[in-house]
Design a protein around this ligand. Structure first.
Ligand SMILES: [Mn+2]
Length: 317
């Protein structure tokens, strides 16, 4: 902090107060944060839309109001750890969305991931609805021979193309499952599914961990089972995996979910089990217009920072 307090100041309106990066190839970032303001995968009006506003909601609600994560780090009181000290985090902006052009938009999401990977950074995407995760994961096709996929979600998102819509926020796992380089798939927190979808997902080999299993076994036991540190894991966090009371601004709130504390512990143990071998992350399904006192935006912002922080912590051990 400067010893001279300026008379006027504007905090950077970026993720975590990070530097705004316009030329990705000219920077060596640890984490390239990418907004994906896309909500065209949502079953509006049956399910509330508005997730396209999520990236800016996180930019406006950083995990700390001091905008200095990259300088002094983020202190995790629970773990007595200072995270992200000196981490090179950049906000590279938002995927450009052409309204009504689903394929073009999905290709831009995949190509954005490819550009980030080519720069040597880890992609950290802020949705958007959950349909973005398929094109984001597809972006690893040229660089990753094998990877595992884990997602936190109240829903399986393994639906059988409802309403003649192939690419929506209830089908992305169906498509990810078909990617040849994706090996094991695990979902944690699932609790709203049809019997048919549940059986289809089980038959496809998807490891389904319901909330009661999180409560009974704890995060460490689960992550030691499902995570293989020798293979990179992509992580997708649909905030509705948490109980509705923790995420009032989520698109499709579901009661009976994880607590914030459980979700945080799951991210810690996930990174511990993976020894930091996490190749990408996204967080999705905040509808800021439905939020209450920015609770959900702040929670999503904090979980994103913790995800990066735990990854770096265990990677450097
Ligand atoms: Mn989802």
């Amino acid at each position: 902090m400067s010893e001279t307090i300026p008379n006027f100041y504007a905090p950077p309106r970026t993720f975590m107060g990070a530097e705004r990066i316009t030329d990705l190839s000219a920077h060596k970032l640890d984490y390239a944060m990418l907004g994906v303001p896309y909500a065209e995968g949502t079953f509006a009006p049956y399910i509330q839309s508005g997730q396209a506003d999520m990236p800016n909601a996180l930019r406006d609600n950083p995990v700390t109001i001091f905008f200095d994560i990259g300088e002094v780090g983020l202190f995790d009181v629970d773990k007595n750890l200072t995270l992200l000290e000196g981490a090179r985090i950049g906000d590279i902006g938002d995927v450009v969305i052409s309204p009504g052009e689903g394929k073009i938009n999905r290709d831009r999401m995949s190509n954005s991931v490819k550009e980030i990977l080519a720069s040597g950074a880890v992609p950290i995407a802020v949705g958007g609805d959950h349909s973005i995760t398929y094109p984001l994961v597809r972006g690893f096709e040229d660089t990753h021979k094998t990877m595992d996929f884990i997602y936190f979600d109240a829903h399986l998102d393994f639906a059988d193309m409802p309403l003649e819509s192939k690419y929506n926020h209830g089908t992305q796992t169906t498509h990810i499952h078909q990617l040849p380089f994706v090996r094991n798939i695990t979902v944690i927190g699932a609790r709203n599914s049809t019997a048919a979808e549940f059986q289809r997902a089980k038959a496809a080999g998807i490891r389904i961990i319901p909330v009661h299993e999180v409560e009974e076994r704890g995060a460490e036991d689960i992550m030691q089972e499902v995570i293989d540190a020798s293979v990179p894991t992509y992580v997708s966090l649909d905030i509705d995996g948490m109980d509705a009371i923790y995420v009032p601004g989520t698109t499709h709130p579901e009661s009976g979910g994880m607590t914030f504390k459980q979700q945080k512990e799951l991210l810690f143990e996930l990174n511990k089990a993976a020894k930091g071998n996490i190749c990408g992350f996204d967080i999705v399904e905040l509808c800021p217009a439905n939020d209450v006192n920015h609770i959900t935006a702040l929670t999503a912002s904090k979980l994103t920072a913790l995800m990066m922080g735990y990854r770096s912590h265990f990677l450097n051990q």
